[in-house]
Design a protein around this ligand. Structure first.
Ligand SMILES: [Zn+2]
Length: 243
């Protein structure tokens, strides 16, 4: 199943769950990740199914080769070199071009300034949060003419702060950069709340979040979770502007 949200101003957001695709276990069913060990033909079929459900042409969806960094690529059309760049954020000023983020616990960040006609998407896991991929994508959008005050910002399903257990030293290290990410698991051990950190970073960049998914991937049987299942599929979150 695929959830779609529209902003009155022409920004579109799409969020998949794990159902409605053709992949076999443990990638069942709607795995959209091409680098997790699933049958490539199944992934292609799933990407087509998801695009169709969202009313998109599969060839107008931009996928990234995500590496937990902070690099941003500006795209004006489908990748042409054959090689998908290793970036964790993309920005476009081409209406109708959809930007997609793959996750299975990390936080997908979707941004759009419908007035300027600029969209952005970022993959923010714990390393990306610390590296600053969120301020980097906002900065890249501003360079394309976006105004932070106008940006519509949403995040998709991700592991929640009560589930994302980390060693105490790691929590402290992340909180040094993003204090708002400091969290504790429901069982009382150190944790990181990446989505809270993303929200704080967006706020410091002048972007107010107006839609945060409350789905925790680790707790939801309807979503892929790396921390729960290790070998599993990937969800996708999409953002695009009216063409
Ligand atoms: Zn949770």
């Amino acid at each position: 199943m695929i959830a779609q949200q529209h902003d009155a101003s022409g920004a579109h957001f799409g969020f998949t769950d794990r159902w409605g695709g053709v992949s076999a276990a443990p990638y069942d069913e709607l795995n959209l990740g091409g680098a997790v060990g699933d049958d490539p033909q199944a992934v292609t079929a799933n990407r087509e199914l998801a695009a169709k459900a969202l009313g998109l042409d599969p060839s107008s969806v931009i996928w990234m080769n995500q590496v937990h960094g902070r690099d941003v690529a500006v795209v004006e059309g489908p990748w042409t070199t054959g090689e998908i760049p290793a970036v964790d954020a993309v920005v476009t000023s081409r209406r109708g071009l959809a930007l997609a983020v793959l996750t299975a616990d990390c936080t997908p960040v979707l941004l759009a300034d419908p007035v300027a006609g600029v969209a952005g998407a970022a993959h923010a896991g714990r390393p990306g949060l610390v590296a600053g991929v969120v301020p980097a994508v906002v900065e890249a959008m501003v360079a394309q003419g976006a105004d932070p005050a106008r940006i519509v910002a949403r995040t998709g399903p991700s592991v929640c702060g009560r589930c994302y257990e980390v060693p105490a030293a790691m929590r402290a290290e992340v909180a040094e950069t993003v204090p708002e990410s400091w969290a504790e698991t429901s069982w009382g051990t150190p944790a990181v709340d990446v989505a809270a950190g993303v929200r704080a970073q967006l706020g410091r960049a002048g972007v107010e979040m107006d839609g945060q998914s409350h789905i925790c991937t680790r707790e939801s049987a309807d979503h892929f979770s790396y921390r729960r299942d290790r070998t599993t599929g990937r969800l996708a979150s999409y953002v695009w502007l009216d063409g």
